[in-house]
Design a binder for this molecule. Structure first.
Ligand code: GSH
Length: 238
């Protein structure tokens, strides 16, 4: 079920015996297994921007440390993060930031990337569209002035949500139930992972009248390793 590409460090290469090539005899050292990457994910104790990354870790059965920083711990930790924000992914001791770039890295690591730059572009353009949409919802949610917020909320629900979701719904229909390439890619996992946060910000189920999108999210959430992650993950409101 879990497709892992040949670059994934989890895969222990099966070396085929090629005629004419020397085969290690007894006593000779067998080829070393590729080293496993060590991963630590730093974020707050919420799903939000880190959940797509946690979904991808689960999908690829990659071991990682899921560090959940408390509000009290954050001020002391903030200066040690590349841009003073989280999520941050530490790979073999090196810290990187930007959740979408990290999702792309993990997506490719677990075999959910494109097969060439053109295919990668199909995936990335959907993810960036989902991110534009998320930011438009966030602008309303975090508006401090109540009167302005009320007005923005009307535009959000009447115009912004239908604009993005009608287009994304059509994209899924055009791709036989997926966001890109007519197969599962990290764009699908990204969307399923970020959806709870978007629903939380919009204060409703934004997919209520978008059956293809809903079906896609259900399909991702029902992939065995992701289903297991959802069942065991810390319960948080956001
Ligand atoms: N573009 C960044 C945004 C990161 C971001 O906004 N992080 C927020 C939490 S969601 C944060 O660290 N806030 C705490 C702070 O800025 O001190 C990404 O996608 O990773």
């Amino acid at each position: 079920m879990v497709a892992i590409n040949e670059n994934a460090e989890e895969v222990i290469a099966e070396v085929p015996v090629v005629e004419g090539e020397a085969v290690p005899t007894e006593g000779e050292l067998a080829p070393a297994e590729p080293l496993k990457n060590s991963y630590t994910l730093f974020y707050f104790n919420v799903k939000a921007l880190a959940e797509p990354l946690r979904y991808l870790f689960a999908y690829g059965a990659l071991e990682y440390e899921d560090v959940r920083v408390t509000r009290d711990e954050w001020p002391a930790l903030k200066p040690s993060m590349p841009m003073g924000q989280m999520p941050v992914l530490e790979v073999n001791g090196k810290r990187v930031h930007q959740s979408i770039s990290m999702a792309e890295f993990l997506g490719k690591t677990v075999g959910l990337g494109g097969n060439d730059p053109w295919e990668d572009l199909q995936i990335e353009s959907v993810v960036n569209t989902v991110n534009d949409f998320r930011l438009k919802i966030a602008v309303v949610t975090y508006e401090p002035d109540d009167q302005i917020k009320e007005k923005k909320l009307i535009t959000l629900n009447k115009e912004v949500v239908p604009f993005y979701l009608e287009k994304l719904e059509q994209t899924v229909k055009d791709n036989e139930g997926y966001f890109a390439l007519k197969r599962l890619t990290w764009a699908d996992v990204y969307f399923a992972g970020i959806l709870d946060y978007m629903n939380y910000m919009a204060k409703r189920d934004i997919l209520d009248v978008y059956p293809s999108l809903k079906e896609l999210v259900d399909k991702v959430n029902n992939l065995e390793p992701i289903k297991e992650w959802i069942a065991k993950r810390p319960q948080t409101e956001v």
